[in-house]
Design a protein around this ligand. Structure first.
Ligand SMILES: C[S@@+](CC[C@H](N)C(=O)[O-])C[C@H]1O[C@@H](n2cnc3c(N)ncnc32)[C@H](O)[C@@H]1O
Length: 427
């Protein structure tokens, strides 16, 4: 067993339509980049390291530049840690965020609720000791039974979700468990190892765990106290699928979002530890992992029972005919599944957007082996096929990608890839 004595707190030639003029104004390329700086604290971005979030300052300046009418509603159907919804709320608009990952919504709720919190922290003395733990607890992938017992006592004692107060408590718990299990992280930030033997399990005493979580609560509370009071709009967060948005037709003025890319990121694996704290064991229950867009799990035979534009079609045929192993099998299926999710999400965004509504998509191109995945051009083509008018795209170069981290993928020749902000208006 690894003995932990003290836990430390750290830290992308259409006719002119109504709305296009406003959209052109809004597209003026900002000096800011959608890419989140490594050490970003604006918009409480540092409260939890949610993968692939974009920059709050960029999102807020984009929302502010749109000249939306009073009472406008802003949607992010792949909301992640809530950057779009926070930016919209701070600009005084109604914000709606949808994400299938419950962990994302807890983090987003903490960021969005901060103005109404004078944080109320849980004192360790009030967390009763039961001394019981279950052998099949999902936390057993990283912790011994004694440690799990104290972690569960805390989890069972926290205020009920969803509320801002509960979100703070849960994010403190997420941060504590992340800090304690850092040795299970590798160079790929979205992959978490599990202990291979009992000797690798983390062992932490109750009082050390209590101190560690108290430290994390204090950190979050201080970040909330420091965050300036700003104008606020209403917000709603839903744990739902972007391919079936729980929203009425033609109800949204602006969509600002970044869908998962075709880069084989498994969001459920990236948050295995937080999901374990919520009682979800993704190694046994595959439903969440399988539902998430971009998942590496294949749901079925991946039939092409949906329509797609020419860029998506050629991508599928280039992947299928690639000489490398499993290209015509597993990898083709995974790409078809990804495209189905992306296109269903675009169908839904088209359904819920008002006529004249705006859509900003942040998307990153990538490679399958040496085959370019032109996600930005594909999204433009698919959106135009659904009746959107293309206004423009602003590319920002990306230096470090997940493909550059993968040794096996480095043998294929690739050019630089870009993250592109694609802007469209619904006709
Ligand atoms: C690129 S991240 C968005 C990051 C966000 N812009 C931010 O600043 O935090 C994509 C998000 O899509 C979510 N997602 C994946 N599949 C989904 C689905 N089928 N329905 C809704 N959300 C999904 C993931 O959980 C992830 O949070």
């Amino acid at each position: 067993m690894k003995k932990i004595a003290t836990a430390t707190s750290q830290r992308a030639a259409q006719p002119e339509l109504p709305g296009v003029a406003a959209l052109d104004r809004s597209r003026g390329r900002s000096a800011l980049s959608p890419k989140r700086p490594t050490e970003d604290t604006s918009g409480l971005a540092d409260v939890f390291p949610y993968y692939a979030g974009f920059s709050y300052d960029w999102a807020r300046s984009l929302v502010a530049s749109q000249q939306l009418p009073a009472g406008a509603v802003v949607l992010d159907p792949w909301n992640g840690s809530g950057t779009t919804t926070l930016a919209a709320q701070h600009e005084g608009y109604e914000a709606i965020g949808v994400d299938r990952n419950p962990v994302a919504n807890i983090v987003a709720r903490l960021r969005l609720s901060s103005y109404e919190q004078s944080p109320c922290l849980t004192s360790p003395a009030t967390v009763p000791k039961s001394g019981t733990s279950a052998k099949d607890d999902p936390l057993a992938a990283w912790f011994d039974q004694k440690s799990i017992s104290r972690i569960r006592e805390w989890a069972n004692h926290l205020p009920s979700l969803p509320s801002g107060e509960a979100s703070l408590s849960y994010v403190a718990l997420f941060r504590t468990v992340r800090a304690l299990t850092r040795s299970f992280e590798g160079s790929n930030p979205t992959w978490v190892k599990r202990a291979k033997s009992e000797g690798e399990l983390i062992s932490i005493g109750a009082s050390d765990f209590d101190s560690a979580i108290s430290c994390e609560q204090e950190f979050l509370a201080s970040r909330i106290r420091e965050s300036p009071a700003v104008a606020k709009g209403k917000f709603q967060l839903a744990t739902a699928n972007s391919s079936a948005l729980p929203l009425p037709a033609e109800s949204i003025d602006l969509v600002l979002t970044s869908p998962p890319y075709l880069t084989r990121i498994d969001y459920a694996v990236a948050y295995t530890r937080e999901l374990a704290l919520l009682g979800v064991d993704i190694s046994k229950d595959r439903s969440l992992r399988s539902a998430l867009m971009g998942t590496t799990l294949i749901r079925g035979d991946a039939p092409i029972d949906f329509e797609m534009g020419s860029i998506a079609q050629s991508l599928i045929s280039e992947i299928s005919s690639h000489a490398s192993k499993a290209s015509s099998g597993y990898y083709r299926k995974q790409a078809v599944q990804y495209l189905r999710d992306l296109l269903q999400g675009l169908d839904e965004v088209t359904r819920v957007a008002k006529r004249g509504g705006l859509l900003h998509l942040v998307v990153q191109d990538s490679y399958y082996k040496d085959v370019p995945v032109r996600l930005a051009d594909m999204c433009i083509e698919e959106a135009v096929l659904r009746g959107w008018t293309f206004s423009g795209s602003d590319p920002y170069p990306v230096r470090r990608t997940l493909t550059s981290l993968n040794k096996a993928a480095r043998k294929y020749k690739k050019s630089e890839v870009a993250e592109t902000v694609v802007t469209l208006c619904k006709a």
